[in-house]
Design a protein around this ligand. Sequence first.
Ligand code: 7TS
Length: 398
Amino acid sequence: MKNNVTDIRKDFPILSTQVNGKPLIYFDNGASAQKPQAVIDSITKYYSSMHANIHRGVHTLSQQATQAYEDAREAVKKYINAEHSEEIIITRGTTESINLVAHSFVKKGDEVIISGMEHHSNIVPWQLAEVNLKVVKVKDNGELDMEDFKSKLSKNTKLVAITHVSNTLGTINPVAEIIALAHALGVKVLLDGAQAVPHMKVDVQKLDCDFYAFSAHKMYGPTGIGILYGKKDLLNAMPPYQGGGDMIKHVTFEKTTYNDLPHKFEAGTPAISEGIALGAAVEYLNKIDWDWAAKHEEELLAYATEEIKKIEGVKVIGEAKHKAGVLSFVVEGAHHYDIGTLLDQMGIAIRTGHHCTEPLMHRFDISGTARASFAFYNTKEEVKIFIDALKRSLKMLR
Ligand code: 7TS
C-alpha cells in the first residue's frame, strides 16, 4: 500500500518540473489532478501497440482493445462497488453524466431539488430540461441547510441532485442522511461525485444512491472521460441520450431497437485510450492507502487553514465541520485574480474566480475566491511555501 508522500510524488513526473523557474507547487487539484506514470504509459502503450476501434472488429487488435476497454469498466465497477458492470456508463465526464440523467430521467415540469453550492454542470442541465428547480440554502459556514432541505423535499420531488463534495467550499455533504430522507418518500438521488472520488473511497451500494457522476481527470486519470453510475432498473427504464453506432440492436427506417446496458447510453466511438487509461488510474488508486491519504489531506487542510487565518484581512469561505482538501479564501484589499497571478510567478498553481459556482458567489456576495485544493501528493512543505508566497504577494498588492 502506498502511504509515503515522498515515494508517491515520484509516481507523478510533472511534480518534479519547474514553472516560471520555480519548482511546481500544484494546488489546483480541484480543477484537475496530475497523472501518475502508469496512466501516461497506458496511453502510450495503447497507441503504440493496441489501437483499433472497439465493439465491432473480428480482428485481433479490435478484440484486444475491446477487452482492455471493458476491463477498465470492470475496474471502475469494483472500485466504486457497483453491483453490475452494466451500471457503469462511460461518458465524457461529470458534465455529460448529469446531462444524460437530465435528458433521460426527468421531463419538463418535474420537481428537482439541487443545492445552492452546485457547480454549473449540476444547474444548467436541469434548466435545459425545463424542470421545476428547488434550491436548498447554504448556511454561512458553507454547510447545507438540512432544515431547508427537509422543508423542500416531498413526495412530489422526482429527483434530488446534490454534490457529494463542494468544489468551492470543500463541504462534504451529509449524503447518507439526504439519501435516507429522500428514499423514505420514494424520491431518487443523484450525487455529483466529481470532487468526492479524488479524496475518498466511494461505495455506491453502501451509499444506496440512485445515480453517481464523476470525472476521470479529477481522479488522476485522463481528460474527456467519466462515469455515470446508475441503478440497473432505472437505467433500463430510461430512453437513450444520444443516437448513433453501438447504442442500437437493429436499425430500419421504420423502427430502431436499442442495445442493452451499458451500450444503450454509449453512442459512437468512445474515448478508447482514455477509457483504458482510466482503468490504469483505478489500478493505481487501488494501491493507495486511503486511510493514510484522508489523514494526510486533512492535515494539509488544517495546517493551511490555521496559517492562512493568521494573515490579516484573509477570510476563509467555507468552514464546514466536514471538509475535503479545498481552501477558498478572499483577501481584503487584494483581488483573487492578482493573487493567483503573483503566486503563479512563484511556481504555485491555484485557481481563482467563481469556480463555475456563480450562484454560490452571489450567496456570499463575492465575485470569486482564490482556491487552493490539495491532493494526496501535496506536502506540508509546499503549504509553507504557499503561505510565505501569499504573504509576499499581499505585501505587493496592499
Ligand atoms: N461537479 C463538480 C462538483 C465539479 O467540481 C466539476 C468541475 C464538475 C462537476 C464538472 O466536471 P467536468 O469534468 O465534467 O468538467 N470542477 C472544476 C473546478 O472546481 N475547477 O475546474 C473545474
